[in-house]
Design a protein around this ligand. Structure first.
Ligand code: GUN
Ligand code: ZN
Length: 446
């Protein structure tokens, strides 16, 4: 089995950084290398040591002076909203009705879903994201398109069919039984096939009747290894509407708790306006609150309060939330995360940002053995970052004196232009994605 030695400045986390320069939380090798064989990391460390482990047939990919990190992870976005980013001028409920529920109807066409799925995966990869958790549309065909495109690229992707049986156009509604049957069939087809993992996806309390919530509860109980994803407490009008539909619930969080949906595999998008009681329920159930800064600013939803999560011992992750989120880039996402927390009087250090995009999000998904760091035996999902990827960055980098400063420049100014390469299970993909896009443009124009 041929091996590849990926050489560069290797950075990988072993723990959550506790302070501005918590050097015990990461491993950094200035002249480092990652040895990859059979899609897995054999080991990572100093080039001088790691190169000795490689056989004569090893291929060397020399990325110096770029940084070599684990592939980035996005824990919440919407694949059918790829072409609806930047839809103007509305807050959540109006935005959903005006733009999103129109856009998602296009996914009844399998060919459209397949085209967007290809573009979506390539967009993730060109931004250095190797694993993501996405909502598909209500149509099972959209889930097939999503996992087919991921499988073609060898990516570890998580996703599922949205279930919604009210407060949406007829063409986007399923019924409780249909949502259950279609989800069940998709789980059988995709969950655990290759690198695919399924997320049971009742969209949110507003678009699911109590009957559909009961069906979701049954699905979660019957498939304990699947993820669950929904939205919680993003916007004041949404909270008022959701709680009016479930008057017996103590609050919005209690709606999901009553249907047994809160567990350590539950990802709850947004979680901005929660009471202390709600955050403590998330902590007790080990559910994950997902911080989506570009989306929260774009829709004017509010400012995530990380310190309250940390104080309560509640878990949280970070995500783009495309298409309310305005970028596929996790670097741009962490730039906005920094600013949101700054407005709250909270600090997000550069090492913590990098940790969150990699090992932190892998832990939120319970996938830290497979992804999120470059330990021996990990999947070889790797990103190569160029801190001088834009001319203004190159100029700024001339004055950078430390790794800390460099990482902050990357997070503040970086985007897909800083992703020099991305490896999926050891295979280089960035150049490939670009070639595929160029070819399809040529064909379109022919
Ligand atoms: N709440 C329910 N659906 C959605 C969605 O598609 N995007 C966002 N941002 N919030 C939601
Ligand atoms: Zn969302």
């Amino acid at each position: 089995m041929s091996a590849c030695l990926i050489r560069g400045r290797v950075l990988t986390f072993v723990a959550e950084p506790q302070g501005i320069d918590d050097t015990a939380s990461y491993r950094y090798f200035e002249d480092g290398a990652v040895l990859v064989r059979g899609g897995k990391v054999v080991d990572a460390g100093d080039y001088a040591d790691i190169s000795k482990l490689a056989g004569a047939d090893v291929e060397v990919a020399d990325h110096r002076p770029n940084l070599v990190l684990p592939g980035l992870i996005d824990t919440h976005l919407h694949f059918p909203q790829t072409q609806a980013i930047a839809s103007y001028g509305a807050q959540l409920l109006e935005w959903l009705n005006t733009y999103i529920f129109v856009e998602e109807q296009k996914f009844a066409q399998a060919a459209h879903a397949a085209d967007v799925a290809d573009r979506f995966m390539d967009e993730l990869l060109s931004n250095g994201t190797t694993t993501a958790v996405a909502y598909c549309s209500v149509h099972p065909e959209s889930v097939d398109a999503y996992f087919t495109a991921a499988e073609a690229r060898g990516m570890r992707m998580i996703g599922g069919k949205v279930m919604m049986d009210r407060n949406a156009p007829d063409a986007l509604r399923d019924t409780p039984q249909q949502g259950y049957d279609e989800t069940k069939a998709l789980i059988e087809r995709w969950h655990g096939r290759g690198r695919a993992l399924y997320a049971i996806s009742p969209r949110f309390a507003i678009t699911s009747t109590p009957e559909q919530m009961e069906m979701s509860q049954a699905l979660v109980a019957e498939h304990p290894t699947c993820y669950v994803q929904t939205h919680l407490s993003e916007n004041h009008d949404e909270i008022a509407f959701a709680t009016s539909l479930y008057p017996q619930a103590k609050d919005y969080t209690d709606i999901y708790a009553r249907y047994g949906l809160l567990n350590e595999r539950m990802l709850l998008g947004h979680c901005i306006h929660l009471s202390d009681r709600e955050i403590s329920v998330l902590a007790e159930t080990r559910s994950v609150g997902v911080f989506c800064p570009t989306s929260n600013l774009f829709l004017g939803s509010g400012l995530f309060d990380r310190d309250r999560f940390d104080k309560a011992g509640a878990r949280w992750s970070v995500a783009t939330d495309v298409g309310a989120g305005t970028s596929f880039s996790m670097l741009e996402t962490m730039d906005e995360a920094y600013k949101v927390l700054h407005l709250r009087g909270q600090k997000l250090t550069p090492f913590n940002s990098l940790y969150r995009m990699t090992l932190g999000n892998a832990r939120a998904l319970g996938l830290e053995k497979q992804i999120g760091s470059l330990h021996a035996g990990a999947d070889a999902d790797i990103v190569v970052l160029d801190s001088s990827g834009k001319s203004a960055m190159e100029y700024r980098m001339r004055t950078a004196k430390s790794l800390l400063e460099e990482l902050f420049i990357l997070q503040t100014m970086g985007d897909d232009r800083c992703v020099a390469e991305v490896y999926v299970a050891g295979k280089p993909m960035k150049a490939k994605g670009k070639r595929a896009a160029a070819t399809s443009r040529l064909l379109e124009n022919a």
